[in-house]
Structure formats: C-alpha cells, structure tokens
Design a protein around this ligand. Structure first.
Ligand SMILES: [Zn+2]
Ligand SMILES: [Zn+2]
Length: 266
C-alpha cells in the first residue's frame, strides 16, 4: 500500500500548504543576501556558482595545473581513486560553505547536496559501478560540540538518501583529535592526518564514497582512503562540495582558507 494513503488528508494538505507558502514568501538568497521569491540562489548567484576558469586541470583532484604539474598529486599518490567536487571554493561557493559550515546554517545542506548530486551524476559512475556505501569524513569532537552537527555527515546522509546508496556513519572514526589543521603549515598538514583515523565497521570488498565539505590539500581524504583500503575496500572515491585552490590565479588567501578560520561557538 502506498504509505501516503496512511497519512490523514488534513496533514497532507498542511504540508502542501507549507511548501507552497514557503515558495511565496520572499527570502534571502544564501549567496548574496538579496531578496528573492522562493528558496535557493538568485539567478546571478546561480550563474556565478562554479569553477575558476583556469584550465587545464588535474584529472584526479581537479586542481588547476601549475606549470604542467598538479601541486598535490605530483608529490604523492592521488588522494583517492577518483574525486568529484561540486564547485571551487571561491566567490558564491565559498560564501555558501562558510554559511553552512562556519555559521551553522544547516538549512543550506539540501541546496549544497543538490549541487554535489548534479556533479556526481554528470561525472557518471566509475567503471566498476556506483559506490556501495557512503561514508562521511569523521568530525573532530571539539568541532562537533561547537557546531552541534557534522557538516560532512549531514551532506553524506542526505546524498545517500537521494542516490539510494547505504549510509555508513560509523565506517570511519577518529582515534585521536590531532592538531587543528589551521594551526599547521601546508607541509605539516599533508601528514597531520596519518594515524588519526580507524575503520569502525567492515567494508570488505566494497566500493566506498567518502564525503567531505572542502578538499584543501587532500591529506584527510588520503588518510581516509588508506584506512578504508586496509579495512578491505576495493575502491575509494571522494565526493566533496568544494575544491580549495591553493596555487594559480584563483588560489585562496590564507585568511579565507576553509581550514584556517576559527569555528564560532554555537
Ligand atoms: Zn544571490
Ligand atoms: Zn591533482
């Protein structure tokens, strides 16, 4: 039986009315704070959300190539077997991530998840097939206490539901908190995640997608991949909302680095 038939009609009508009412009330565009009708981005922000025009890009991590080399992947193995990002961490995308992650605007999750889902479906599934589980990068306990939610976990949970892929919150866990990446220079950040993570449930023989909000150096994703492969995963790809650009014409300044801003108390 259709589950909706079990819901009393007045309740269905109330939900429909609320959804319609939300569409009619002028709201603020989360990208520029201008008044818009309905929810979501205004047309200008919608058009501006995207990528730095700098090309070409690294086939693995999507960072613009610098003098023909990828600054991240040329120093070591790629962070994951494949990386899909929804947009670059700049402009409108940067403001959305900061509002979601640093200001705790949890309501932005669905908009961000839609952007990432679009990028994933546009990229197509890897040759071996779609991931068999979706795993969030585990949050640091202090950040979780301050924010009240885990930005990667909320994105992963909603994405799993939309794509119909099992969500495995506990597949990765933190053994130690480690230093905040913000406090470390880039060279130290590249190795700071080693030994901090462990697998908390078996992923034997599975294709796994790891979800994070922003990819900066790729060190966290690389550590996640190593742990999951050790636990038996046969493929680990990364899905991230935004790719921070560290070199080249669209590189971010240190003051706007997503990993270097203080986390406001909720
Ligand atoms: Zn706007
Ligand atoms: Zn690369």
């Amino acid at each position: 039986m259709n589950p909706s038939l079990l819901i009393p009609e007045p309740i269905i009508m109330l939900h429909l009315f609320r959804a319609r009412w939300r569409d009619l009330i002028p709201a603020e565009c989360p990208g520029c704070a201008r008044r818009v009708s309905g929810q979501g981005l205004c047309p200008a922000c919608r058009g501006a959300l995207g990528r730095c025009p700098s090309v070409p890009r690294c086939a693995w991590c999507q960072h613009p190539l610098v003098q023909g080399r990828c600054p991240d992947c040329s120093r070591a193995a790629p962070a994951c077997d494949r990386i899909v990002s929804a947009f670059d961490y700049l402009g409108v995308g940067q403001r959305l991530i900061q509002a979601y992650k640093l200001q705790g605007q949890l309501s932005l999750a669905s908009l961000l998840v839609q952007e990432l889902e679009t990028a994933i479906l546009a990229a197509g599934w890897a040759a071996a097939g779609p991931p068999q589980c979706i795993v969030p990068v585990p949050a640091r306990a202090a950040a979780l206490r301050q924010r009240g939610f885990s930005p990667p976990a909320e994105v992963a949970r909603q994405l799993a539901r939309r794509l119909g892929i099992p969500y495995r919150l506990g597949a990765l866990r933190r053994l130690h908190e480690g230093p905040r990446q913000a406090a470390l220079p880039r060279s130290a950040r590249l190795t700071s995640q080693q030994g901090l993570l462990a697998s908390a449930s078996p992923v034997d023989g599975l294709r796994v997608a790891v979800v994070d909000d922003v990819m900066t150096t790729g060190a966290t994703l690389m550590a996640c991949r190593a742990v999951l492969v050790e636990a038996g995963a046969v493929q680990v790809e990364a899905w991230v909302l935004a790719r921070a650009l560290q070199f080249g014409p669209c590189s971010i300044s240190s003051s706007s680095n997503p990993k270097s801003r203080p986390t406001p108390a909720m």
